[in-house]
Design a protein around this ligand. Structure first.
Ligand code: F3S
Length: 639
């Protein structure tokens, strides 16, 4: 039996483990990317590990998320990232150069290489044939230092594309169809590999739209072959020397298979509030639209923008609609400006934003209360757009542009515009907003403005740990409860001391001051503690506040891993009823910890109530070493 493409790339990069689905494997990372909102922490971690120069083939730091300035905080972050990148061997993509995934595809992506990015939509790189995976900042920092990246060996799903899309039916409709079939949980533990004769009909940016939203399936990543289409794209980017052909063997095996006939698809829309709540546009009747946003890392390529410009040309945006367009990169914006398409957009009444994420994270252009917003983006969870009561619909640029003209959700197949666009033989190449790293970084000064605060580091595990219960919380506490992330707090992603004032305040607003007064202690949680996003700050901020252990009925998987990485003990009750007998301010003591953690069992004495609890600590061999060293950074430094 032959290999599928995913297996081929993993095999080429395998450092540790056996390629058995479900088993832990370690792979070598060729490239990394960071964006600003996760990047500052990743570079603080890189510095804390005392890594002088990155060891990857290429690492790039992008500024694309927090570009709107209200105070000095974002600008401080940008300056820090620019200087730390320059010193440590990382390319720096300046604010305005574009969204990380779009620019990376254009200027850096290489078929067959591995890419680890501190952004969940890093799988966009699968469109050019990379094995591109999103991860936390610390994992990316470790990879920059040449460290192995550990994942669970995924299952591989074959999505076979047959036929050819009809006009006004798009790559976005393909991935919405996959989401409809598989759901937002359907990709967990899997790589989605696209095959079939339909693949050759899709350009690299179209493939990237599909792999980008593979993140919404929960997939490890998604991948396309590298073929003549890929070669032509790289040729047009003046990078054909980086091309290599790659595809699955004819007799490759897959764990699951789905077939989609592209000729049967029609325009689709993901309705509020989930990317898999998919319906045919033609079935959604009389939906009045207030805002239309075109752009994001999903749909802001040159081809997307040209089609939008052709639909808008000579028309006027409906008076009740605010149309905002953010081309994905400086390259795209520059080409639109040069060929007149930008003028067509402006003339029609579009508001042009800089090349960045912007409205996608509610950064500017939040819709009005109760408004309907149509977005070419990838997420429509409640509140993601910046307005909790708004309804966000995800769709293609073509559907978005046609609807912006009519003022209601409209099937673009009713549009008569000629939207044929051919892929240019040469893109406009101008990398003057990418700053190469210094040859010798030793003399480069890293600038840390007042918004850049040192990264909290733990100490090696002590044999005797004691303290008070600082907070008691119920079941299903999310990382949003532990460390809220809203537009007001976003600029403080590199300022843990400031964030600490908001830790767990949705549950108990006195927690930060109590933790500070007591110089740390313990958190008592219920079932599924730490569910939600992979936010590392939900472990780093408690670490800063001196939290030594979290005692729960159970943990969400990623948060537990983040606690281990911070050197905080994740303990679970053997008898979950013990949870009910512990109160705020109870004094807890753990002795002989260095021996106890090795057995996977820990006895916790409640001095206040004079009772001992049996607790478990479930750690892999590697995690045990990390806990003993006081966190992953110490573990790497001392290796
Ligand atoms: Fe940016 Fe939104 Fe993509 S925040 S990276 S455009 S998902």
């Amino acid at each position: 039996m032959g290999y599928n493409l995913t297996w081929k790339i993993i095999k080429e990069h395998l450092v540790e483990g056996d390629m058995i689905p479900g088993a832990e494997i370690g792979i070598r990372i060729d490239q990394t990317l960071t964006q600003d909102s996760t990047g500052t922490m990743a570079y603080l971690q890189l510095e804390a590990m005392e890594i002088d120069r990155v060891k990857t083939k290429k690492s790039v730091a992008y500024i694309d998320h927090n570009m709107l300035q209200q105070g000095f905080e974002n600008a401080d972050d940008h300056k820090y990232i620019q200087t730390v990148a320059h010193k440590h061997g990382v390319y720096f993509s300046r604010p305005g150069n574009g969204i990380c995934h779009q620019v990376h595809l254009e200027r850096f992506g290489v078929p067959g290489e591995t890419l680890l990015g501190s952004d969940s939509h890093t799988p966009t790189g699968g469109g050019i044939g990379m094995l591109a995976i999103g991860a936390g900042g610390l994992d990316v920092a470790v990879a920059m230092g040449g460290g192995t990246y550990y994942i669970t060996m995924p299952k591989v799903v074959n999505v076979k594309l047959t036929g050819k899309l009809r006009p006004f039916v798009t790559a976005k409709d393909i991935i919405l169809e996959v989401l409809r079939v598989m759901s937002v949980k359907g990709g967990v533990g899997k790589v989605i590999e696209y095959t079939g004769e339909g693949v050759a009909t899709l350009s690299v940016p179209e493939r990237a739209t599909i792999t980008n939203m593979g993140a919404e399936l929960g997939a490890t990543t998604s991948v396309f072959q590298s073929d003549d289409v890929t070669k032509a794209f790289l040729e047009a980017q003046d990078r054909v020397d980086q091309w290599q052909p790659l595809q699955a063997d004819e007799d490759a095996a897959y764990d699951e298979s789905i077939e989609i006939d592209l000729s049967q698809l029609e325009p689709l829309v993901a309705q509020p509030h989930s990317p898999d709540n998919v319906e045919k546009v033609s079935n959604v009747k009389d939906l009045k639209v207030h805002q239309v946003c075109i752009g994001s890392c999903t749909n802001s390529s040159y081809l997307d923008m040209m089609k939008v410009a052709k639909i808008l040309k000579g028309n006027v945006v409906h008076p009740d609609v605010s149309l905002v367009i953010a081309p994905g990169s400086k390259q795209v914006l520059n080409m639109l400006a040069a060929n007149g398409a930008l003028a067509d957009m402006i003339a029609a009444g579009a508001r042009i934003l800089e090349s960045g994420c912007g409205p996608c994270i509610g950064m500017g252009q939040a819709p009005a209360t109760d408004a309907v917003t149509l977005r070419t983006f990838n997420r429509n969870f409640k509140g993601r757009c910046g307005t909790g009561s708004a309804g966000a619909y995800l769709l293609s640029p073509e559907t978005a542009a046609v609807s912006a003209l009519t003022g209601k959700l409209t099937n673009p197949m009713t549009c008569e515009a000629d939207i044929d666009v051919v892929m240019p033989e040469k893109f406009f190449i101008n990398d003057n907003m990418v700053v190469a790293p210094a040859e010798d970084g030793s003399q480069v000064e890293v600038v840390k403005g007042p918004n850049i605060k040192p990264f909290p580091l733990n100490e090696a595990l002590q044999d005797h740990v004691a303290g008070k219960v600082l907070i008691v919380v119920e079941d299903n506490i999310t990382t949003d409860h532990i460390m809220p992330s809203n537009a007001k707090l976003l600029p403080f992603r590199s300022n843990i001391p400031h964030l600490a004032n908001f830790c767990l305040t949705p549950c108990d607003e006195d927690f930060p001051s109590r933790a500070k007064e007591n110089k740390g202690g313990f958190i008592l949680g219920g079932d599924n503690y730490g569910q939600g996003s992979s936010r590392e700050h939900a472990a780093l901020v408690p670490l800063y506040l001196g939290v030594k252990a979290v005692l729960t009925k159970s943990f969400a998987r990623i948060h537990k891993a983040n606690l281990v990485n911070s050197g905080i003990l994740p303990l679970t009750f053997e008898n979950s009823g013990d949870y009910d007998h512990i109160s705020l301010d109870d004094e807890l003591v753990m002795d002989h910890l260095l021996e106890q953690v090795k057995t996977g069992k820990v006895k916790v004495l409640n001095k206040t109530k004079d009772v001992t609890y049996d607790m478990s600590i479930d750690l892999s061999d590697k995690e045990l070493k990390i806990i003993l060293e006081g966190g992953k950074i110490n573990f790497i430094k001392n290796a």
